[in-house]
Write a protein that binds this ligand. Structure first.
Ligand code: ATP
Ligand code: MG
Length: 449
């Protein structure tokens, strides 16, 4: 009892010093209940090879967390005391990558495993920027130091497939059972070192349906602006993870709750305040979540095109009111929105061009006469453009009839297609709308755009 008490005190003290708990709790198969069937053959292959060469090797991080909750991990990270060079030598297809942290990518066919060398305890000597963010840190260390460097207690457990034991340095098992996310060490210090951890806690909370420990949660609102200081490309990667986690809607709600969305998608604030915009974004994200759960591919271009569409609509309208022709006005609006986003969130060139294509296709769906609809069928991004059109219909932005017409056109045989083209286009499209738009640009854009 007294021992336990002292350990508890020491544990708290260690946490304050960065959580350098030296002795892990060791759990056997009966205690942790991991089903070995859930492990990938390649994860076993990597740990086994390393161990056969005298190194320590464990499955670590999210995979252990998933295994403990009975979920088949989507990928496996491996931690070892072998250096990146030593790891590389043991596998035929292994590549050392990364600047901030060097890691080794080991490939088997399409399967990729990330192998990291145990990190050293202290980031004190590491180069930092003026806000305390660690820029580079490649010091290697002991396993207990590596554990203390990880972000959350539930992410700091090690599983050895050979003897089926779990090593738990920071009470991760207890937190998994309590369904709570707790940062290792002093929360403020850990967020300062790497502000992306604030986004990670939001993603994990939404994805795992865990609560956030109050001490872990408290500093976030105050420290949120530190995200602005993280390289935009890294923020973009993290946002993409968040949006394709299968819990995008929940993540976004959590981001707003923590006040973290300001610097990330500055335009999203405005969008979510308009009922139509909110409906559109909600539909798009629910749709994305469903696709993830069905194992379907997610196109980042489509996703960001949807998130920013209502902003494009607003600017498009403004350019038209200012006298631009509709098509150039749409391109100008797209430029503005993409440009405004890049400071906070570096949207990659390819994704930006996908977004632009999807947006630019939208007015073309109004042209349901002559050869245009046939040309649209051959458009490289027809599927994405059409899915986007359906979202606009479902959100009430445009007449559902347009979506139904295109569905029938795409599914129809040549005779049915001819008949559709010859059928009189309904209100909200074609010539009638053009005339209306010329007369009353503001109203027409709302119904047609
Ligand atoms: P996911 O299910 O999204 O893959 P994950 O926990 O495996 O979740 P990764 O980004 O793959 O997340 O990272 C693997 C592990 O590396 C984490 O579990 C954590 O231990 C550690 N880690 C990752 N990012 C950080 C960070 N920013 N700070 C500290 N530790 C981190
Ligand atoms: Mg992972």
């Amino acid at each position: 009892m007294i021992k336990k008490f002292i350990r508890k005190i020491l544990g708290v003290k260690n946490q304050a010093e960065g959580g350098a708990n030296r002795k892990p709790k060791v759990l056997g198969p009966k205690e942790h209940g991991i089903d070995p069937q859930l492990l990938s053959a390649n994860a076993i292959r990597v740990t086994q090879t390393l161990q056969e060469h005298g190194f320590k090797a464990f499955v670590v991080g999210g995979a252990v967390r998933d295994l403990l909750t009975g979920v088949k991990p989507k990928d496996f990270d491996i931690a070892t005391n072998a250096t990146p060079e030593q790891v590389k030598r043991l596998f035929r297809r292994a590549f050392i990558i990364g600047k901030r942290f060097q890691i080794v990518h080991v490939m088997f066919g399409q399967d990729l495993l990330e192998v990291t060398t145990f990190r050293g305890a202290s980031s004190e000597g590491a180069p930092k920027d003026e806000h305390g963010r660690v820029l580079r840190d490649n010091t290697f260390g002991e396993q207990h130091e590596d554990a203390a460097r990880r972000d959350f207690t539930v992410n700091a457990m090690y599983y050895d497939p050979a003897n089926q034991t779990v090593l738990d340095y920071h009470g991760g098992i207890a937190d998994i059972r309590k369904k709570v996310l707790r940062i290792i060490g002093v929360p403020e210090a850990r967020y300062r070192e790497d502000p992306v951890r604030m986004l990670r806690v939001v993603r994990f909370a939404a994805k795992l349906e865990f609560s956030i420990d109050p001490a872990t949660r408290a500093p976030i609102t105050v420290m949120a602006p530190l995200i602005n200081n993280v390289p935009a490309a890294r923020v973009f990667d993290e946002m993409l993870k968040l949006l394709t986690s299968g819990h995008a809607m929940a993540c976004l709600q959590q981001l707003r709750k923590e006040g973290l969305h300001h610097g990330l998608l500055p335009l999203l604030d405005v969008v979510l305040e308009q009922p139509m915009g909110e409906k559109f974004v909600t539909l798009a994200l629910t749709n994305t979540d469903q696709r993830v759960h069905q194992g379907k591919r997610i196109s980042p271009g489509f996703l960001f095109a949807a998130l920013l569409w209502h902003q494009v609509l607003e600017k498009w309208e403004a350019y038209k009111v200012a006298g631009e022709f509709p098509i150039p006005a749409l391109h100008l609006a797209a430029d503005d929105v993409l440009h405004a986003q890049t400071d906070a969130l570096a949207i990659q060139r390819k994704i930006g061009s996908d977004m632009r294509d999807i947006w630019a296709m939208q007015p073309r769906f109004d042209k349901r006469a002559g050869k245009t609809p046939y040309k649209m069928l051959e458009h490289e991004r027809m599927r994405a453009g059409y899915d986007f059109l359906l979202l606009r219909c479902a959100s009430g932005e445009i007449d559902a009839e347009i979506g139904a017409w295109w569905t029938a056109f795409m599914e129809g045989d040549s005779e049915q297609r001819e008949a559709l083209i010859n059928s009189k286009p309904k209100a909200g499209s074609g010539e009638a709308a053009k005339k209306r738009r010329r007369r009353a640009p503001r109203k027409a854009a709302a119904s047609e755009a």
